[in-house]
Write a protein that binds this ligand. Structure first.
Ligand SMILES: [Zn+2]
Length: 142
C-alpha cells in the first residue's frame, strides 16, 4: 500500500492541543474525537473514531479506511468491515461531527459486543452516543 495520504486526521483528545495550545479536559475517560478531512475528494463521507487509542493505532485504522476508499471501495451506514482486525469486524455508523455527517468506526468490545448490545464494556459503549455526549458537562469544547 502506498504511504501518501491526501486526507488529514484531526485528533481531539484530553491534553494540550498541538494547534491552539489550549488544554482540553472535557472528554470522558478513554474517549476522543479523531476524524478525517478530505474524503470528499472521493465523493465519500469522512471517518471518525472515538476510542482514545494510541495515535499510531488511530492513524492505522483511519488511514486504512482512507486507502480503501481511494482504491475504489465505497462504504455506508451499517456496513461491517473486515480486515481492520483479524478476530472481529468493525461497523460503520453515521454520526454528526461538527455539523457534518461522518462514518464512525465502531469497534466491538472483547466479547464482540457492540454499543447497543447488553453488557457492552466501557468505553466501547460510548461509541454509540452523539458527539455532544462524548464530553463531560463541565467540559470546554474546542
Ligand atoms: Zn476536524
Amino acid at each position: 500500500m502506498e504511504k501518501t495520504c491526501d486526507w488529514v486526521i484531526h485528533l481531539c483528545t484530553n491534553g494540550v492541543c498541538d494547534h491552539c495550545g489550549e488544554t482540553e479536559t472535557g472528554f470522558h475517560q478513554y474517549i476522543c474525537n479523531a476524524h478525517t478531512h478530505g474524503m470528499d475528494k472521493y465523493s465519500h463521507l469522512d471517518f471518525q473514531l472515538v476510542l482514545n487509542f494510541p495515535p499510531e493505532e488511530i492513524g492505522r485504522i483511519l488511514n486504512t479506511m482512507g486507502h480503501r476508499v481511494r482504491h475504489g471501495e465505497r462504504f455506508k451506514n451499517g456496513d461491517l468491515i473486515s480486515g481492520i482486525y483479524e478476530d472481529c469486524d468493525v461497523r460503520l455508523t453515521t454520526f454528526d461531527e461538527d455539523g457534518r455527517k461522518v462514518l464512525r468506526v465502531i469497534i466491538p468490545d472483547k466479547y464482540n459486543r457492540f454499543p447497543e448490545d447488553e453488557g457492552c464494556d466501557y468505553p466501547y459503549i460510548m461509541q454509540g452516543v452523539d458527539e455532544e455526549h462524548l464530553y463531560h458537562k463541565e467540559g470546554i469544547r474546542i
